[in-house]
Design a protein around this ligand. Structure first.
Ligand code: AVJ
Length: 333
C-alpha cells in the first residue's frame, strides 16, 4: 500500500539518509510523517505507538516490574487465581487469537488453562517481539501450532487458514485497550467481533478507575523508568529523523484527567527553545507540552457498556480484592 507522502518529505528523508543510494523505508516515512505533523500542530502530540521501538519495549518491560506499576502483576495474579474458572466460561474452542503480542507469561497461564486450544495466532506489528514470544511459548506448550501475524491488530480483517474455524477465543491483555480513545476502542471491538466471529469468547484486561494517588505514581515512578520510556521517543527522533533535541531540556510528566478518565503522558519543554527535525525548525515556549500517550481507565460498568455498544455481551468480570484491575469475558451471540 502506497502512502501519500508530500514530495518534500521524501526529499528530506533521502537527503538525511547516509546510504549511498537512498531508498525510502516505509516505517521511517510513517514515523517522519507523524512526527512532523505532530510537532507542527497545537497542542502538540505524537502517536503513542512510536514509543515502542526496541529500547522503548525494553523500558516498558522494566516498567512492568516496578513496585508502583500494579497492572501487570495484578492481571497476572487474576489469571493465576481464576484461570480454570475463566477457561471453563470461555468454552472448548480450538483457536486462540491474541491482540498484541503481550506478555508471554500471561498468555502461557491462559493457554495452560485452555486445554483444547491447538492453534494460537498472536497479532502484532512488532515482528521481532512476536517471534521471540512464539519461541518462548512453543517451548512450554507441546503440540501448539503457533501462527504469528505481523499486522496492525486494530485493522486485521483475515486470519491464517488454520485459524479459520468457528467459535474462536480472543485475548487482549495489559489494558492496552486503554491506549485507545472510546471511539477507537469501540472500532477495535467491532473489528475483533468480525475477526473472531459468532460464538466467540473474548477475554480483555482493563485497568480500573481508582484514586489518582495510586494512578499517578504508576506512571511517574521513583526510579524514573517511565520518564526514560517517554524521553526515549525524543531520542528515537534524534536517531532516526536527524533531530537535534536536547533531552535535558525536556521532562516527563504524567497527569490524570478525571473528565476523560485517563492518564496522559507528556513531555514538557524546560526552556524556550528551537528544535530541528529533518531540517525543519519547531519553536517551543518554556512549559509547552507534547502529549505522547493516553491510558484510559474504566469502571466495570463503563467497560461493559462500551463492549455492548460494539455488539459484545458481557459474560463475567473478575477483579482483585483491591479493585485495581479487571478481566472481562465478553461473548458474541
Ligand atoms: C502498555 C498501554 C498498557 O497504559 O499502562 C505504562 C503503557 N505507559 N507506563 C499503560 C505505559 C507508561 C501501558 N500500556
Amino acid at each position: 500500500m502506497e502512502r501519500d507522502i508530500p514530495h518534500t518529505l521524501v526529499e528530506d528523508l533521502e537527503r538525511s539518509s547516509n546510504v549511498a543510494s537512498p531508498r525510502l523505508d516505509p516505517a521511517r516515512a510513517d514515523f517522519a510523517e507523524a512526527v512532523l505533523a505532530g510537532l507542527a500542530r497545537k497542542p502538540r502530540s505524537l502517536p503513542c505507538r512510536f514509543l515502542y521501538d526496541a529500547s522503548g519495549s525494553a523500558l516498558f518491560e522494566e516498567i512492568t516490574q516496578l513496585p508502583e506499576y500494579y497492572p501487570t502483576r495484578t492481571e497476572t495474579g487474576l489469571l493465576e487465581t481464576y484461570g480454570e474458572e475463566i477457561a471453563e466460561r470461555m468454552g472448548d474452542a480450538r483457536v486462540l487469537v491474541e491482540f498484541g503480542s503481550g506478555s508471554s507469561r500471561k498468555t502461557s497461564l491462559l493457554l495452560s488453562a485452555l486445554h483444547r486450544v491447538s492453534v494460537y495466532v498472536p497479532i502484532d506489528v512488532a515482528g521481532e517481539s512476536l517471534a521471540e514470544a512464539a519461541e518462548w511459548l512453543s517451548e512450554r506448550h507441546d503440540g501448539l501450532a503457533i501462527r504469528p501475524l505481523v499486522a496492525d491488530f486494530t485493522k486485521t480483517r483475515t486470519l491464517p487458514i488454520v485459524a479459520r474455524r468457528p467459535r474462536k477465543l480472543g485475548f487482549f491483555s495489559g489494558s492496552t485497550i486503554g491506549n485507545l480513545t472510546h471511539d477507537e476502542a469501540r472500532a477495535f471491538l467491532l473489528n475483533a467481533a468480525h475477526l473472531l466471529g459468532r460464538g466467540a469468547s473474548f477475554l480483555v484486561g482493563v485497568d480500573l478507575k481508582k484514586d489518582p494517588a495510586i494512578l499517578i505514581p504508576a506512571y511517574n515512578d521513583e526510579r524514573g523508568v517511565t520518564a526514560a520510556f517517554n524521553l526515549n521517543l525524543l531520542e528515537r527522533i534524534n536517531r532516526e529523523l536527524d533531530g537535534d533535541i536536547d533531552l535535558d531540556r525536556f521532562a516527563h510528566d504524567a497527569v490524570y484527567d478525571p473528565t476523560q478518565g485517563r492518564i496522559e503522558m507528556h513531555l514538557v519543554s524546560l526552556a524556550s527553545q528551537t528544535v530541528r527535525v529533518l531540517g525543519r525548525a519547531f519553536r517551543f515556549a518554556k512549559g509547552e507540552r507534547i502529549h505522547t500517550e493516553n491510558s484510559h481507565k474504566y469502571s466495570v460498568e463503563e467497560f461493559q457498556a462500551l463492549a455492548r455498544s460494539a455488539g459484545w455481551t458481557p459474560d463475567h468480570a473478575w477483579t482483585d480484592q483491591d479493585r485495581l484491575f479487571s478481566l472481562h469475558l465478553l461473548r458474541l451471540e
